[in-house]
Design a protein around this ligand. Structure first.
Ligand code: SAM
Length: 262
């Protein structure tokens, strides 16, 4: 399966570097407004990392790594190796280039691949899934495939938009789907059931709506950044942003974190 939804901007690297106005001395914070493609941005990734108890010697799999913001932040904060896998070739190419430009290419790498068929020969010490599960139809099969690629005792950190109301009432486009045919939003209870069926011990889900709202308010107060998710997703992003705001306010979706241990 390929999502036309992602990869709409033909040359994201040029768009990002043109927006920032330079290609040297780039930091993960320069890139955060465009490469942390989820509600709450860098703050939400930082919260997830803090709850995962990662160690510098860990090898982490970031599933649905986008253009690499979460992977670079994890590698940078923890000092560990992160491998990203994503379905969208232009995102993988952009992630690889941005890791070179931020000096993190020795600790981060990115491959094109389908999260539902994790074709890695080795197992990982931890995994992350950030705003990707909404694009995955069969969650029990997916979490079983993830469990198969994790060492015993490894942690899986999930931060997804989950259903807290009737998904049939969602308006599209959303940042993760152009229409309902690309969206498989599930409730926190459905995630927990799928994880338990795959053999994980699951901690209580944590609603991160307040963290996401606070981060969005802080970003607005700081004024428009030189790059944003519109740089990556094109002019339709305004409509996506409006619809996701309405879904949160209407109680249909919430950003939820779940930590599961294999
Ligand atoms: C909303 S973005 C989140 C990207 C990244 N995790 C982040 O937070 O910045 C969703 C990403 O999931 C990827 N994706 C969706 N379905 C996938 C699948 N079956 N396998 C791998 N990647 C997938 C998309 O290509 C896209 O990059």
């Amino acid at each position: 399966m390929r999502f036309e939804h992602y990869g709409r901007v033909e040359d994201p690297i040029t768009a990002i570097l043109t927006g920032i106005g330079r290609s040297h001395d780039l930091t993960i914070d320069d890139l955060a407004p465009v490469d942390e493609f989820h509600l709450g941005g860098a703050a939400a990734t930082a919260a997830l990392v803090a709850d995962l108890d990662l160690r510098p010697e860990d090898r982490v799999l970031d599933i649905g790594s986008g253009i690499g913001g979460p992977a670079r932040r994890i590698a940078s904060v923890v000092g560990c190796e992160v491998v990203g896998v994503d379905l969208t070739p232009s995102f993988v190419e952009t992630a690889t280039a941005l890791s070179e430009l931020t000096g993190l290419a020795d600790r981060t790498s990115f491959v094109v691949g389908d999260a539902t068929r994790l074709e890695f020969s080795s197992r990982f010490d931890a995994a992350t899934l950030v705003h990707v599960g909404m694009n995955i139809p069969d969650k029990p099969a997916f979490f079983a495939a993830v469990a198969d690629r994790l060492e015993p005792g490894a942690r899986l950190g999930i931060y997804d938009l989950m259903a807290t109301g009737d998904p049939d009432r969602l308006s599209y486009p959303l940042p993760f789907a152009s229409d309902a045919s690309e969206a498989w939003v599930a409730s926190p209870d459905a995630y927990v059931a799928a994880l338990v069926a795959a053999g994980f011990d699951v901690a209580e889900p944590i609603d991160r709506t307040q963290l996401a709202l606070d981060a969005t308010a802080a970003a607005s107060a700081a004024g428009p950044p030189p790059v944003s998710l519109a740089t990556l997703m094109g002019p339709d992003f305004d409509a996506m942003f409006t619809n996701i705001g309405a879904a949160l306010r209407g109680g249909l979706l919430a950003p939820v974190q779940i930590i599961a241990t294999r």
